[in-house]
Design a protein around this ligand. Structure first.
Ligand code: F0G
Length: 476
């Protein structure tokens, strides 16, 4: 599935009638526009210096292409904005909650639906109730907020993703899969320490890579046979199910919704950040079948988020999320979405830039180590590349390498990250093909001058989550 190009996924008859594959268009037109910032390099240099060479510190109005994350930036549809207007903001028992609950129940099959303001709030409640000292929670790869919430409860967040996922250039259709042997081995050795098992769909940490239906069925079978609850981190469920339909033998004849309904029913519950495939700017939920756990979760929800019929959301957020969950399963939208990401990856590859293979659902991950072999990990090659993409083209990306994960040992030794990646995440329904074309062009220009880039010296790092607030200076 490497190098999809426009039209690749359309059926063979329509492709053979014309020599060129038909262009897959953005399946929407634009009603509200927001101007893009077009600054000079000098202006960007000033912003970056003030931000300590950390792109999280750059004001959004100084960014042309904001590819920092796909989370919370979705453009909402006319149906979502209309739903917002009909929202019932009652403190208790609002009509909007009833509508939202029904949509989530139909999609997931879970009996208890608990709204939260975003994904990590659902994680905080779930792990607050299930994880204590000595607990081990296996997953394919935990996202950093799930890991942090498990570790906050003094538990261990264990990544059991297949080995292929650790090698950026290796091709595999389901690089998000759980290594089943490792999962069985863990259960044999430490069954009593496992309060629940998790799978992240798609696997963000490993490059936005999907998990196959066969793998999810197997994980479900194993966990159920040991009576271990199985939860999905489901924020990119629709993109994952689209890849199942495209890549997995026997699945092409099913609708993505049908696949999604099966996937949710293989698990006992989920956390879901609506800011991704929910197509909203804020909102999420925790859902499950276990009545006792749900009761305890609602009690905790009231402490920190709000009454169970709104959680951490306004009713209008729940309305928009209920509509968004349906729109994310529209297959014309998903085709456009997956094709855009693959198109970006292919453009970068043609410009000589290596990326994690195959392209993920929501983002393309540039391999900064291969582009900047002259910059040592302790000089942060990914961060250096991310800074240059901003200086040269106003592109804001996110380093996922040593700036994020490096550890300093007790002896002061620097332990760099496994991979030095720079993520270009595509917000949903926000940028057009010409934007993506320009991003490819700008990245190509940066790559052509890569040998001139210098590393960075870190001048400040906080104790936790260093990528948000660390500061740097360019090497002399
Ligand atoms: N799980 C996964 C797989 C995620 O990617 C995220 C957020 C969360 C949970 C937490 O959700 O932000 O609503 O609290 N990912 C964003 C990103 C921030 O940029 O990848 P949240």
């Amino acid at each position: 599935m490497d190098g999809l190009h426009r039209g690749e996924m359309l059926d063979q008859t329509s492709r053979s009638e014309s020599r060129m594959p038909p262009v897959i268009i953005e399946p929407f037109r634009i009603k509200v526009v927001e101007p893009l910032a077009l600054l000079s390099r000098g202006e960007r240099e000033e912003h970056l210096r003030r931000a300590g060479f950390n792109l999280f510190g750059v004001p959004a109005e100084a960014v042309t292409f904001d590819l920092l994350t796909d989370s919370g930036l979705s453009a909402m549809s006319t149906e979502q904005w209309s739903a917002i207007m009909r929202a019932d903001e009652s403190y208790a028992g609002s009509r909007s909650f009833a509508r939202f609950e029904q949509v989530v129940r139909e999609l997931t099959g879970y009996r208890h639906v608990i709204p939260t303001h975003q994904g990590r709030a659902a994680e905080r409640i779930l792990f607050g109730l299930t994880v204590g000292p000595g607990a081990v929670v296996p997953s394919n790869s935990h996202f950093d907020t799930t890991r942090a919430n498990i570790e906050h409860g003094h538990g261990v967040a264990l990544d059991l993703v297949i080995d292929e996922a650790r090698e950026p250039s290796v091709q595999h259709p389901f690089k998000g899969n759980v290594d089943i042997e490792k999962l069985e081995e863990l259960i044999r050795a430490r069954r009593d320490q496992i309060p629940l098992g998790m799978v992240t769909i798609t696997n963000n940490t490993a490059g936005g890579q999907p998990v196959s239906l066969a793998n999810l069925r197997e994980v479900s079978r194993i966990l159920r046979s040991h009576s271990i609850p199985f939860f999905l981190d489901a924020c990119r469920f629709a993109e994952n199910c689209w890849f199942i339909k495209q890549r997995e033998p026997g699945q092409s004849g099913r609708s993505v919704r049908e696949i999604a309904m099966e996937v949710f029913r293989l698990a006992d519950g989920c956390t879901l950040s609506g800011k991704k495939d929910g197509l909203v700017n804020m909102g999420g939920f925790l859902a499950m079948n276990d009545e006792t756990l749900a009761q305890r979760a609602r009690n905790l929800l009231i402490l920190t988020e709000g009454f169970p019929t709104y959680g951490g959301c306004a009713a209008r957020d729940l309305e928009a999320l209920a509509v968004g969950l349906g729109e994310a399963l529209d297959e014309r939208y998903l085709e456009y979405r997956a094709t855009s990401t693959a198109y970006l990856a292919r453009g970068l590859n043609e410009a000589g830039i290596q990326t994690v293979q195959p392209a993920g659902g929501h983002a393309v991950y540039i391999d900064a180590r291969s582009l900047l072999p002259h910059i040592a990990p302790e000089r942060f090659p990914g961060q250096s590349l991310a800074c240059e993409l901003y200086l040269h083209g106003g592109i804001r990306s996110c380093e996922i390498g040593s700036a994020m994960f490096a550890k300093i040992g007790p002896d002061g030794a620097f332990h760099g990250a496994t991979n030095e990646l720079v993520r270009l995440a595509l917000p949903r329904r926000v940028y057009t093909q010409s934007h993506v074309d320009r991003v490819i062009e700008l990245c190509g220009e940066v790559a052509a001058g890569a040998s001139r880039l210098r590393g960075l010296r870190r001048t400040y790092a906080p104790q936790f989550l260093p990528h948000f607030t660390s500061r740097y200076e360019p090497e002399a």
